[in-house]
Design a protein around this ligand. Sequence first.
Ligand code: IPM
Ligand code: MG
Length: 368
Amino acid sequence: MQKGKSVLHEVSMKNYKIGLLKGDGIGPEIVDSAVRVLGAVGKKFDIGFTFTPYLIGGVAIDACGKPLPDETVEGCLASDSILLGAVGGPKWDVLPGNVRPEKALLGIRAAMGLFTNLRPAKLYPALKGECPLREDIVANGFDIMIVRELTGGIYFGERGYREGKYGEEAYDTESYSRMEIERIVRVAFETARKRRKKLTSIDKANVLETSRLWRKIVHEIAVEYPDVEVSDMLVDNAAMQLVRNPSQFDVIVTSNMFGDILSDEASQITGSIGMLPSASLNEGKRGLYEPIHGSAPDIAGQNKANPIATVLSAAMMLLYAFDEKDASEAIVSAVDKVLEAGYRTADLAHGVPALSTTEMTDKIIEAL
Ligand code: IPM
Ligand code: MG
């Protein structure tokens, strides 16, 4: 076996072009961690990576006056997949909405057509003690996949300022087309089919027209998936149910803004927002991978951030973009092992000494 290996290696060595969007705050530190982990797993599984950094967010504003330079969009479109850290920070908070760092994130999502955002939130047995919920509530753990629509709704609707009845007024509009709803709902049904076959569609159909169209389409498509149990839930109730009984959920499908809000809530019950990865996909599968958390300017540059959400985002990339199941699972189980062994970064270290970002990364690489 070993003998033929070097030959095999030559023939089968794959090389993936990964665009790195490190961004602002803790972005560079956590992306560097994920790059090191990818390098280590690549060695183990004979997978090559070529990493090319591109500017996005506040650093791009500082360097070239735009949060999403054209070269970044072109570079991302030419890459096999993208790993993103985080964007934004107080320095750029004073800028008008259309030139803020966050606008770049929406811009790259739109430019790449990344309408699907998968945000898995599960309770690691080792982190049960960090979960803010009562022990009996999480006795059975939870494992939720949030399917968030990512390129429509109020994030991309018409907005502006105008003179209203009472003077200055601002508005944002939510609109969803049948096409946008159908394609995300189908992704959710397919996702549920591969899991525990339970889908909860979350909306605000008692108030919003967009939600009523959403709900109607969910039930039209449900006919094609008789094996999946589907139900509707109003978003305010969902916010409550997530902390009352999170284990009732398998796959959740919801709009851009509801998904943004509920995924932060779901992350907190896993113990830390520093744990949640995400995959943003278009019709192809390659997409963009990023932690769901932000740039944490308060701890930026201090080697304190939890790199796990980004490392797990890299694992999602291996699985979804490249179908490298073994390499992906190796990362996931290395993270499991490190958590089981009791290692914690500051966000999770209550009562135990905290590891730095680089130390946590070292531990994950050792565990590979
Ligand atoms: C997220 C973030 C972004 C969003 C912000 C930074 C624009 O909160 O990815 O959840 O709202 O989508
Ligand atoms: Mg968010």
